[in-house]
Design a protein around this ligand. Structure first.
Ligand code: MUC
Ligand code: MG
Length: 373
């Protein structure tokens, strides 16, 4: 046991440029900030994790800076000297001492899994019970804010066979304009693509009732988080009335949220995000709740870089059914890479090699260049 004691944990903030601005209802991203977790053990094994969010505090309760601070001051000290090989005991220790903080915990759980995988020579998917697929279909988000640019971007993605599922970010603009934008894109792409929308909680129920009807009537396959996560009764009513299926995203901030949404019948699809559940093991508990309740699954992202993307992918590879596929495209939105093994995207899929751990190592030079001083 003593060989696998945790010696140090570092939370590193990394600012990376994006290929273009990414416009969400609550925030326009001009760059992405990753929080990379580096966990070193006495046996020389290093585990990597990532605790990344979107838009500072615009999206959720944790920001890159608060994640780093809480890891440095509270969570890392609880793990130093513990046995990294006992992931259950480590995560239990964190859960006992710290409420919430699922983003920070997700990066730490990912790093523990990566370290243990490297120690045993097994991919993380195998530590999680075994993969039932080697690749995942990946959606792309159209969020330039311009209809013509979005159509050109989608057509290019279809041509190069990188994506054939498109998620449109709406909710920032006037509803009728947003609907026109979505309908124009769907008409341009026709049956060659699945078109979905993410409203990021921007509508109220009165607007959503009508808008969901229009979207459904115009061939939109899925509507993600149309109204506030706080309005549970509205979500239940919308889930009953919308002609297109409703997916819960922001509504899930924990495994317990997933359980109560399922019990209330507030969504027919769950977006699975390791960051919102507390890690790759935790997200599989939400998946199990959904499966038991007959709720369909989608592999979500917080636009993580390669480490968080692969940590999510290893969990999603183990799922029985991923009806709505995934959106694990985070690394493709970034112009720079900080790992040596860039994730492989081809033929609409992310391909996940069977190498130990997450299958990644840090590129020290790139990390040194992009880490925040
Ligand atoms: C979200 O709300 O789903 C995921 C893909 C994307 O473009 O934004 C994120 C966040
Ligand atoms: Mg969303």
């Amino acid at each position: 046991m003593s060989h696998s004691l945790i010696e140090s944990i570092e939370a590193i903030i990394v600012d990376l440029p994006t290929i273009r601005p990414h416009k969400l209802a609550m925030h326009t991203m001009q760059q992405q900030t990753l929080v990379v977790i580096r966990l070193r053990c006495a046996d020389g094994i290093e585990g990597l994790g990532e605790s990344t969010t979107i838009g500072g505090l615009a999206y959720g309760n944790e920001s890159p800076e608060s994640i780093k601070q809480n890891i440095d001051s509270h969570l890392a000290p609880l793990l130093i000297g513990q046995d990294a090989a006992n992931i259950n005991a480590c995560m239990l220790r964190l859960d006992k001492a710290a409420k919430g903080n699922t983003f920070a915990k997700s990066g730490l759980e990912s790093a523990l899994l990566d370290a243990q995988g490297k120690r045993l020579g097994l991919p993380v998917s195998e530590l999680l019970g075994g993969r039932v697929r080697d690749s995942l279909e990946v959606a792309w988000t159209l969020a330039s804010g311009d209809t013509a640019k979005d159509i050109a971007e989608a057509q290019h993605m279809l041509e190069i066979r990188r994506h054939r599922i498109f998620k449109l970010k709406i909710g920032a603009g006037e509803v009728s304009q947003d609907l026109q934008h979505v309908i124009a894109i769907k008409r341009a792409l026709g049956d060659s693509a699945s078109v979905r929308v993410d409203v990021n909680q921007a509508w109220d129920e009165s607007v959503a009732l009508r808008a969901c009807q229009v979207l459904g009537d115009n061939g939109i396959d899925l509507i993600e988080q149309p109204i506030s996560r706080i309005n549970r009764s509205g979500q239940i009513r919308l889930n009953q009335r919308s002609p297109a299926p409703i997916m819960a995203d922001e509504s899930i901030e924990s495994v317990e949220d997933a359980f109560s949404l399922a019990a209330d019948g507030a969504a027919s699809i769950f977006a699975l995000k390791i960051a919102k559940n507390g890690g790759p093991r935790a997200v599989l508990r939400t998946a199990a709740i959904a499966e038991a309740a007959g709720i369909a699954l989608y592999g979500g992202t917080m636009l993580e870089g390669s480490i968080g993307t692969l940590a999510s992918a290893h969990a999603f590879l183990t799922l029985n059914k991923l009806t709505w596929h995934t959106e694990l495209f985070g690394p493709l939105l970034l112009t720079e890479e900080i790992v040596n093994e860039a994730p492989q995207y081809r033929d609409f899929q992310l391909h996940v090699p069977r190498t130990p751990g997450l299958g990644l190592s840090l590129n020290e030079e790139r990390l040194a260049f992009f880490r925040r001083p």
